[in-house]
Design a binder for this molecule. Structure first.
Ligand SMILES: [Zn+2]
Length: 163
């Protein structure tokens, strides 16, 4: 049995504005501001989707779901992730692990990390222990530090075995 391992990384950032729901990792978190975006603006799922595309040489999320396409307006990013992951899974790829870092000053993400990790694991069909979600602030520095944006960085390791 031969194993092919592929690593992918993704990064995303969304501006936070009033009047939008705060969606992160497929979860709605109470907060007066939410990510501005063509879709629901889920920075974590977008970074994860880009990491999966990167690992498998599939381009990037902007190529797959252009923001000029009305089909993706207000799209649930879980569906975008699913549209990328389902064919990869069918092709035999498995996720070894996901390591994610979210950078946001507010809301306080600490209490939400386990739920976000479980949700991502469910979307990928893997045990929750294979997903780590970490949260950082920027010590009040810069635009993220002022609570005006949320960013996410994701590394994923994929494995495909063949006889
Ligand atoms: Zn995005």
């Amino acid at each position: 049995m031969a194993h092919a391992f592929r690593v992918g990384q993704g990064f995303d950032l969304h501006r936070l504005v009033r009047g939008r729901p705060f969606v992160l990792g497929g979860l709605r978190i109470p907060h007066p501001r939410g990510p501005l975006g063509h879709s629901d603006g889920d920075a974590l799922l977008h970074a994860l989707t880009d990491a999966l595309l990167g690992a498998t040489g599939g381009g990037d999320i902007g190529d797959r779901f252009p923001d000029t396409d009305p089909r993706w307006e207000g799209a649930d990013s879980r569906a975008l992730l699913g549209a990328v992951w389902a064919p990869l899974r069918k092709a035999g790829w498995r996720v070894c692990n996901v390591d994610a870092t979210v950078v946001a000053e507010r809301p306080t993400l600490g209490p939400w990390k386990p739920r976000i990790a479980r949700g991502i694991a469910r979307l990928l069909g893997i045990p929750a222990g294979r997903v780590c979600v970490k949260a950082k602030t920027l010590e009040k520095l810069g635009e993220i530090g002022k609570g005006k944006a949320v960013a996410a960085q994701v590394v994923v390791l994929l494995d495909k075995s063949s006889r």
